[in-house]
Design a protein around this ligand. Structure first.
Ligand code: XMP
Length: 509
């Protein structure tokens, strides 16, 4: 271990643990997430400077509510309980938790006790995200209240003797603007953390963990050229150089120059890079297909076929590596939403492949952290800062039947559009071109033309769940439209899509 100190995050359910761990990482403290049922010896072994209890969806007084060993309270280690974690602490130590008369949801005004170390350097009133239907109605012995809200008399509590603290709200989320300061106060002013951890340590720890997991065995990774699988490849190749085989299935729907760049970057690393040129196979399967969902399904299935064939050629690989990141884990675990589009990620592989283990070194990280690691591993900025790009690629940006000619047309036009947006330093989170199925009449020189209409898209969004069209300057739109109509044969008209999401989606198919 490179760093000296750790904090244990005890998971009481829900989706909070990784966000808490992330905030702790941001404060340069190493953390380990354990289920709340973890044996006490495991915690002793880690010897943390502090423990955080996460929130969770249960009621502490109901049968089967998640609990940790009572021994945790006898370790002499500071504890911060968040939401359910606070209620659990109260319940376990002899206080009382009751249903709220008025539940609190959303941003709420919290009035902290200035004397409480958690709120050091904070205001007289703070905004915090509340989300609870139970509350601590009687304090356990030794505790005093440390904050209240209009409806919640004990919105935070403390036992300064034992260094136990609780907050009813969520300091880990952005809706609690000073939440990070509260966590910082706990880590540095209660636990005595030194902030001896950074992203280099993350890399070193993961490198050590991968080495330990795979030993001298070989690892196979499906490389999509996206940020996640690229960073996973670079990290694993650092851990076990020459033991990693990366299969890059080129389905022919990548953007201009993209496959060549991927090949250049990865063939220069200590790994076995295999590029499979499957463009013709995919085009053949898609001949005559126009329905968006059918396209996606065919591409997904063919991708698996190609990958399976290639994996068989590397039958000596015993581990499968994936660039899974934390938001993927949430999406696949908590996906009750309607199937708007079947999202196919290149790299989303069948479960019956014959591997003895899965290597997922980025599983606990958020996208921006993955980018930061990519930079530290010397991946080029073009890869690390790559925009989101759908697994089926340009195939779902060509409306109607896909042909090689249309693909070439779109690749050129898309490259011009992206270049212009970048040159103008315009603010947009994702921008690309879509080749519509519509042709229209135009005139070029003395001749009548009957060419395709290209749609330009640029959106601003933070989470891609909702988006608004980017308000780009007309001069940029005009320059791009004129260049595309002049430079790309087959495109005679250019339009700009000004629809938001909802009602539209970001992609057209
Ligand atoms: P939509 O079109 O659903 O897109 O509003 C939201 C974001 O997701 C990307 N997207 C995909 N990403 N596989 C992916 O990995 C897919 O099949 C896929 N479809 C859409 C899209 O580019 C946007 O960033």
């Amino acid at each position: 271990m490179v760093h000296k100190q750790s904090v244990v995050v005890m998971d009481f359910g829900g989706q909070y643990k990784e966000l808490i761990a992330r905030r702790i990482r941001e404060l340069h403290v190493h953390s380990v997430i354990l289920p709340c049922s973890a044996p006490i010896d495991k915690i002793r072994e880690i010897s943390p400077v502090g423990i955080v209890f996460t929130g969770g969806p249960n009621s502490v007084y109901k049968d089967g509510a998640p609990a940790c060993s009572a021994e945790v309270f006898r370790l002499g280690i500071p504890i911060l309980g968040i939401c359910y974690g606070m209620q659990f602490m109260a319940h376990a130590l002899g206080g009382k938790v009751s249903p709220c008369e008025t539940s609190e949801y959303g941003k709420t005004e919290v009035i902290p006790e200035n004397s409480c170390v958690l709120f050091r350097n904070l205001g007289k009133k703070e905004i915090a995200l509340m989300s609870h239907t139970d509350y601590v109605s009687r304090l356990p012995e030794g505790f005093s209240p440390a904050a209240h809200t209009k409806n919640c008399p004990i919105a935070a509590f403390e036992d300064t003797e034992r260094k136990f603290y609780g907050v009813q709200f969520h300091p880990e989320v952005q809706h609690t603007p000073n939440g990070k300061k509260i966590l910082k106060n706990f880590l540095f002013n209660v636990c005595g953390a030194e902030g001896d951890y950074n992203m280099n340590d993350y890399i070193e720890n993961e490198v050590a963990a991968i080495r330990e997991q795979v030993g001298d065995k070989k690892v196979l990774l499906g490389l999509s050229g996206g940020v996640d699988s690229s960073v996973a490849a670079a990290l694993i190749s650092r851990a076990v150089p020459h033991q990693l085989v990366c299969i890059y299935v080129d389905h022919g729907f990548m953007r201009k120059g993209e496959s060549e760049e991927i090949e250049k970057v990865f063939s220069g690393m200590d790994l076995n890079f295999v590029r499979v040129d499957a463009a013709e196979r995919f085009l053949k399967k898609l001949a005559g297909v126009t329905a968006p969902e059918e396209k996606r399904k065919i591409i997904g299935a063919e991708f698996v076929n190609v990958f399976r064939e290639e994996a068989a050629k590397h039958g000596d690989c015993e581990f499968l590596a994936q660039g899974t990141i934390y938001p993927d884990v949430i999406e696949s675990g908590a996906n009750n939403s309607a199937n708007i589009k079947s999202h196919h990620n290149v790299g989303g592989l069948p479960e019956d492949l014959p591997f003895i283990g899965l290597v997922e070194p980025l599983r606990g990280l958020f996208k921006d952290e993955v980018r930061a690691i990519g930079k530290k591993l010397d991946l080029p900025a073009s890869l690390v800062n790559r925009q989101p790009f759908p697994g089926p690629g340009l195939a779902i940006r060509i409306i109607g039947e896909i042909t090689k000619e249309k693909l070439d047309m779109l690749r050129e036009a898309d490259a011009v559009w992206r270049e212009e947006v970048e040159n103008a330093k315009a603010r947009a989170d994702q921008y690309f071109a879509v080749l519509t199925d519509m042709r229209s009449v135009g005139v070029m020189g003395d001749f009548r033309t009957y060419d395709y209409t290209l749609a330009l898209r640029a959106v601003c969004t933070s989470d891609f769940m909702t988006a608004e069209y980017a308000h780009l300057p007309h001069s940029l739109l005009e320059r791009a439209a004129s260049r595309i109509a002049n430079e790309v044969k087959g495109i005679g008209r250019v339009v700009y899509d000004i629809t938001g999401k909802p009602p539209a989606t970001v992609e057209w198919e």
